[in-house]
Design a protein around this ligand. Structure first.
Ligand code: MSK
Length: 636
């Protein structure tokens, strides 16, 4: 059998994109591919992190002739400050998303727009937080826990409640290095304060705060986002779906949901099933309403409802270029402003819904937790009524899609393992069987692959090629975000197809447990699920997180959020491999702090590796996993 036969190749995806760009040319559409050309070459100072525009005396750019900015800050201070600001941007973004979810939880009521779909999870969290649950109305409990979660953002004293989930050893490391995150907003705010003109210029202090700000995201705001989304909308369970642009339907009204916050998309999914709108769609000449997603909003609704994934970050323009998209409905984050003018070239309605993401050339329908149902109905109606405006001569949907099994929350992974081994120890099961197969060498280890696309890397190639390489080496993958969508589009989440080409160990595990070799764990905020997974695995294994044969990887990352994520993954003890440079190469000191043996690694037992050559990046991860196995005395 030919290697990876039956999977969709990057070349096939590129051919589909090329055809869509031709479609766009007919109507004068711009594209990111063209804008990349216009923007290249990029500014060398920006890329090295050596440009400072924090005050208005500059901008100051560091060169051998001008080694200090006007205030006297050297290159290490400038690079360190830029890095911390990058982190703060990411931590703020994830955490504010989490805050919205907490507000939504506070709005739940019996028969209301939002209800508690996973009361057991709510009770478990309440138990963790010392809240009495006995005899309490579930909605009273939801409001009490939501208020406590909101207080996590601004409490004057104490550290994040979620840290109690980490193993003792990790918590000690955090305490000793003084990076236990306090109130979420405080860490973001302090990061901005530290980087203001005339404050910190010492790289050690800046990177130290970058770790703490990252932790306030992963073990704070993001964890609120993930956990309370599960309470509100249900904890994901394995479910079958499809991925890639071929999920759009020529004879249906196509509504694309894009962004990150499931509060809106859940409502759209619900109301798109209203008989009145289906009738309206039929009256317009369509056979029905088809919802598909882009980016992490897509991940949220695919994990819970099996809504198909049209594509990831760099495919967001493609959905409009099909000419068959009645509406792109966006909430927050990762939305190209380009969608405004692009939609105008077609009949597509570009609908923005959040005051956080106001974009020119869009129709703004403000979404609000209190009026969510009405807002969603208005949006669905507008999309359906737009079907008649389609121009049939511009419709081109690439015939390209794959089956995918998604929905692997931590609870789902434990349940699946439990079903096979019958080793039921508590209500959630255990990760011991997973630890056992890794100890036995059936699986060599795991890679948590996450993050975006970035035009600096041939889109999806790094994700897909690295995954194939790791799978052949019996290393299982746990994925989120646009990395997950890259895998799904390629076919790597098809439980029947993909395991055939993996190493023997993975083949056995996939067959036994009935899972694909690449497990979709959710959206960007759901990397917090991965943190709890490694914490629980270390506890079940009886070792420290940093000793587990597991690493993190973001081969095509692009956003500030990814930097914040990288920091909390490293700070949790997981070595993290990046395929795109984080604008730090201008400072040897910052590079040493993040990537060397004497920086954060000394305190937190993990660090970053930046390797732009994808083949080498894969080799280094395999080598690191084998080294960790050796250190644990496991078979070679
Ligand atoms: S959507 S942050 S491009 S993963 Fe979460 Fe994808 Fe990166 Fe956005």
């Amino acid at each position: 059998m030919k290697e990876w036969e039956g999977l969709t190749t990057v070349e096939e995806m590129e051919a589909a994109t090329a055809a869509l760009l031709e479609n766009g040319k007919k109507v004068g559409a711009d594209s990111w591919q063209q804008r990349v050309k216009n923007q290249t070459p990029h500014c060398g100072f920006g890329e090295a992190g050596t440009c400072c525009r924090i005050c208005s005396m500059g901008p100051c750019r560091i060169t051998p002739k001008a080694p200090r900015g006007i205030c006297g800050c050297d290159v290490h201070g400038i690079v360190g400050r830029n890095y911390l600001r990058f982190t703060a941007g990411g931590a703020a973004t994830h955490s504010d998303h989490g805050r919205t979810i907490c507000h939504t939880l506070y709005e739940t009521r019996e028969g209301g727009n939002y209800q508690v779909k996973d009361p057991e999870k709510l009770k478990r969290i309440a138990g963790e937080w010392g809240v009495e649950t006995e005899g309490k109305d579930i909605y009273d409990l939801a409001h009490e826990v939501a208020l406590m979660a909101l207080e996590e953002y601004g409490k004057p004293f104490g550290i994040s409640r979620w840290l109690s989930r980490a193993p003792e050893h990790t918590r000690e490391l955090w305490k000793n290095y003084d990076v236990e995150p306090r109130a979420i907003d405080r860490e973001v705010s302090q990061s901005m304060h530290m980087t203001h003109m005339g404050c910190s210029s010492m790289p050690e202090a800046l990177i130290h705060q970058a770790m703490r700000a990252g932790l306030c995201d992963g073990w704070g705001g993001s964890m609120c986002g993930t956990e309370f989304s599960d309470v509100l909308f249900g904890t994901p369970k394995p479910i079958d779906t499809e991925a890639n642009l071929g999920v759009m339907k020529e004879d249906h009204v196509n509504i694309i949901v894009h962004g990150h916050d499931p509060s809106l998309s859940e409502m759209i999914v619900l109301h798109a099933q209203d008989p009145e709108f289906i009738e309206l769609a039929k009256a317009q000449g369509a056979k029905g309403i088809n919802i598909a997603g882009v980016c992490c909003t897509s991940n949220e609704v695919t994990m819970r409802h099996g809504i198909p994934m049209a594509g990831n970050f760099l495919q967001q323009e493609n959905v409009v270029l099909t000419g068959a998209c009645e509406a792109v409905v966006v909430d927050v984050q990762c939305i190209f402003p380009a969608l405004g003018p692009l939609s105008k070239c077609f009949h597509t309605k570009f609908i923005t819904t959040s005051e956080i993401a106001r974009i020119p050339d869009s129709e703004f329908i403000q979404f609000n937790e209190k009026t969510a149902g009405e807002n969603a109905k208005q949006i669905v109606k507008a999309a359906v009524e737009n079907f008649k405006n389609r121009k049939p001569e511009l419709v081109h949907i690439p015939n390209i899609k794959h089956k995918a099994r998604v929905g692997y929350s931590l609870e789902a992974i434990k349940t699946e393992l439990d079903g096979v081994t019958n080793s039921h120890v508590d209500e959630l099961g255990t990760l011991k069987p997973l630890a056992d197969v890794v100890k036995a060498g059936v699986l060599r280890g795991a890679v948590a692959m996450v993050g975006c696309n970035n035009p600096k890397v041939r889109p999806d190639t790094a994700h897909i090629e690295l995954m194939k390489k790791l799978l052949k080496n019996d290393i299982i993958l746990i994925v989120t975000g646009c990395s997950a969508q890259a895998a799904a589009k390629a076919g790597l989440m098809d439980p029947e197809l993909a395991p055939k080409y993996c190493g023997e160990g993975i083949q056995r595990v996939c067959k036994l447990v009935g899972i694909p070799p690449v497990l979709h764990m959710g959206s960007c905020v759901d990397i917090s699920r991965m943190m709890v997974l490694v914490a629980d695995l270390a506890k079940d294994w009886g070792c420290n997180i940093s000793q587990l044969p597991a690493v993190g990887c973001a081969p095509e990352w692009m956003s500030e959020k990814a930097v914040s994520i990288g920091n909390y993954v490293v700070a949790t003890g997981i070595d993290t491999y990046l395929g795109v440079d984080p604008y730090t190469k201008g400072s040897s000191e910052v590079t040493e702090l993040l990537q060397g043996e004497n920086g954060v690694k000394k305190h937190l037992e993990a660090n970053f590796t930046v390797e732009l050559d994808i083949e080498k990046l894969g080799d280094r991860m395999i080598e690191a996993i084998e080294q960790k196995r050796k250190a644990l005395g496991l078979n070679s």
